[in-house]
Design a protein around this ligand. Structure first.
Ligand code: FAD
Length: 309
């Protein structure tokens, strides 16, 4: 939305905004905690409130056509797009394309936590969506893997929903999350944070029953006799995000295999002329406000491209 509005402000006449979900706003809709907008709006908003500010501006702009439940399934280097919407496969050729497709979460399999494969292991962002948008509680006693902001915020959310949060387990020496989140989400709720620890096994047949935790040294090797167990029925895995860039890859853009972002010297650019990437699709951002700032640049860059500059 920020890119679309900035493109319009820079003189682009006709913008089509395609969104696969049934509402605009992306991940912001499930982030019902405050902490958004401090930079961009100089006030503290929740995620849905932050999104709503943009939804209103987009709705008022006659040059932006929004198409919801529209899943883009194909993109070519010549900027031809195919998207599925209920009952139809549409094709459109754009003069410039901005990809703002966000991230997906790394999963248990990607960090290879050993053990059985019972129910009760969720990516933390998925659990956030379940709790905040659907009203489902994933379990009663939880252990969180990873102390980035999503893990910290989910620890607090689970505690607020009456779930017993046994601990947050972090393999590194420090948290990647904001200090304010460590204090407000864990310390204020008495939730233990174990640095330099990892889950060495998930136990349980049909449902998670407990996890084994072990301390690791500076080389991430297990320290003998340091292990302990935590009973729980739920494990939330919050171990990083991966830019969602299948469309960009399909179009033939040069990709960085390590980050899954486009190879680029400059923010928002890809190796394909007229195709831009912004927000979490370009690189993983910590703050939505920074996504907005840089996505506005993408909108302006697309406008300049259309002017032939
Ligand atoms: C689980 C999670 C929690 C977060 N919590 C916070 C937080 O508390 N505070 C904070 O400041 N930041 C948080 N972030 C950081 C995040 O970077 C920003 O909040 C920001 O909102 C990301 O914006 P985005 O537009 O890049 O991506 P998203 O919000 O992910 O938006 C991408 C959109 O693209 C759509 N899409 C993807 N592929 C297609 C396709 N093929 N066709 C059509 N539509 C498609 C998706 O449906 C989605 O609506 C969180 C991120 C995640 C993943």
């Amino acid at each position: 939305m920020a890119a679309a509005l900035a493109a319009r402000a820079a003189g682009v006449r006709d913008v089509l905004l395609l969104e696969r979900d049934q509402h605009l706003g992306g991940i912001l809709n499930q982030c019902i905690h405050p902490g958004f907008g401090l930079h961009h709006f100089k006030e503290e908003l929740t995620g849905p409130e932050y999104a709503d500010r943009f939804v209103r501006q987009v709705a008022e702009d006659p040059g932006i056509e929004v198409s919801l439940r529209s899943f883009v399934v194909k993109l070519t280097k010549d900027r031809e797009l195919s998207f599925l919407r209920p009952g139809a496969l549409e094709e459109v050729k754009a003069r410039a394309v901005i990809l703002a497709t966000g991230c997906r979460e790394r999963t248990r399999e990607m960090i290879a936590i050993p053990g059985s494969r019972p129910a009760g292991v969720y990516p933390a962002g998925l659990a956030q969506k379940m709790v905040n948008m659907e009203g489902w509680i994933p379990g009663r006693e939880a252990v969180i893997v990873g102390s980035g902001d999503i893990g910290l915020i989910m620890a607090r959310r689970m505690a607020l929903e009456g779930v017993k949060v046994r601990a947050v387990v972090e393999i590194q020496k420090t948290s990647r999350g904001l200090v304010r989140n460590v204090v407000q989400c864990l310390e204020d709720y008495g939730i233990p944070l174990h640095f330099q620890h990892r889950i060495s096994r998930i136990h349980g047949r049909d449902r998670v029953e407990k996890v084994s935790v072990v301390k690791v040294d500076d080389d991430f090797k297990d320290i003998p006799a340091s292990g302990f167990e935590l009973p729980c029925d739920t494990v939330l895995v919050s171990v990083g995000l991966i830019p969602e860039n299948e469309l960009l890859e399909m179009a033939g853009a040069e990709m960085d295999r390590k980050t899954n972002g486009p190879v680029s010297d400059e923010v928002n650019l890809t190796s394909l002329p007229g195709i831009f990437a912004c927000g979490n699709a370009f690189k993983v951002y910590d703050l939505a406000d920074s996504v907005t700032r840089d996505s506005e640049l993408a909108g302006r860059a697309a406008a300049r491209y259309l002017e032939g500059k």
